[in-house]
Design a protein. Structure first.
Length: 78
């Protein structure tokens, strides 16, 4: 189970990085728009931390995405 969570978390972090790049946002810009610390974005994108659901929601909103789309899209291969 933990391995599955790790894989999903890894895919979510990649999805965030991909969507951020599509919008041409720096990590700092995304952090500002999401109302989180820049280091938080960096740690999520590098897989050092698994974000809490409320943080994911803030990031999804800042990316102009629905939280469900961010999570569900991340369950498939990217």
């Amino acid at each position: 189970m933990n391995d599955d969570r790790s894989k999903i978390s890894d895919k979510i972090s990649k999805k965030i990085k991909l969507e951020r790049a599509k919008l041409n946002f720096s990590q700092e810009e995304l952090a500002f728009r999401a109302g989180v610390n820049k280091n938080t974005i960096w740690k999520i994108e590098t897989g050092q931390v698994s974000p809490q659901i409320d943080t994911l929601e803030k990031i999804a909103n800042a990316l102009g995405m629905d939280l469900n789309a961010l999570i569900l899209d991340s369950k498939v291969d990217l």
